[in-house]
Design a protein around this ligand. Structure first.
Ligand code: TMP
Length: 210
């Protein structure tokens, strides 16, 4: 029986998720909530190995999709469900919505197939709240380039190297999912300054925790 609560963070690359995740962790700590922070793809040793392959190795869209869900199955079974059952909250930097956005919207994998994979791997383990950090392409590029400068060169992974058209399809798929989510997914305009975003986050989280 699930006792903890499950929050996922989503958004396009460069939306500033890491900054907002750190804020959320501080917020929960201040409320004495017992929580674990984890991420996808990743969160277990095997899933982290799959992450390295997924971010760096060339592969077909079908292989990518199956590896994403394989990593997710490990993550759900070994980290998320046990934590929720212990009564801990789980904060995951991305979850299944990312597959619908990136593999579905971005790569064109049929949504019906993704739904079947989701049913097979995730079963009923769904987030109670999903924060979707939304930015336009120009902001995403600007932040990625500013944040990833190493030795004068910009280090981007396989997804970050995709063209603007891919980004726009991912973004549209996220929006469509948010609209159909009956309030579970909250879209946050993440192109604004950090203070403004955090004000919104505080109001949202106060409501969620009430
Ligand atoms: P991150 O950079 O936010 O940690 O995520 C790694 C990348 O993996 C990001 O570009 C989005 C991508 N991704 C998918 O394509 N499908 C998925 O299901 C997940 C969880 C991530």
């Amino acid at each position: 029986m699930k006792q903890g609560r499950f929050i996922s963070l989503e958004g396009m690359d460069g939306a500033g998720k890491s900054t907002h995740l750190a804020w959320l962790a501080d917020y929960l700590r201040a409320r004495a909530v017992d929580f674990v922070v984890t991420r996808e793809p990743g969160g277990t040793p095997l899933a982290e190995t799959l992450r390295e392959l997924l971010l760096q190795q060339d592969m077909t869209a079908e292989t990518e999709t199956l590896l994403m869900f394989a990593a997710r199955r490990e993550h759900v079974a070994k980290v998320i469900e046990p934590a929720l059952q212990r009564g801990q909250w789980v904060i995951s930097d991305r979850f299944a919505d990312a597959s619908f956005a990136y593999q579905g919207g971005g790569r064109g994998i049929p949504m019906s197939l993704l739904q079947e994979l989701e049913a097979f791997t995730v079963k009923t383990c769904q987030p109670d709240l999903t924060l979707l950090f939304d930015v336009p392409w120009e902001v995403s590029r600007q932040r990625l380039h500013a944040g990833r400068q190493q030795n004068g060169t910009v280090q981007l992974d396989r997804f970050e190297l995709e063209a603007q058209s891919f980004f726009e399809r991912v973004r549209a798929a996220y929006h469509a999912r948010a609209q159909a989510s009956q309030g579970r997914m909250q879209v946050i305009d993440a192109a604004r300054g950090v203070d403004e975003i955090q004000q919104d986050l505080r109001a949202l989280m106060d409501g969620f925790c009430a």
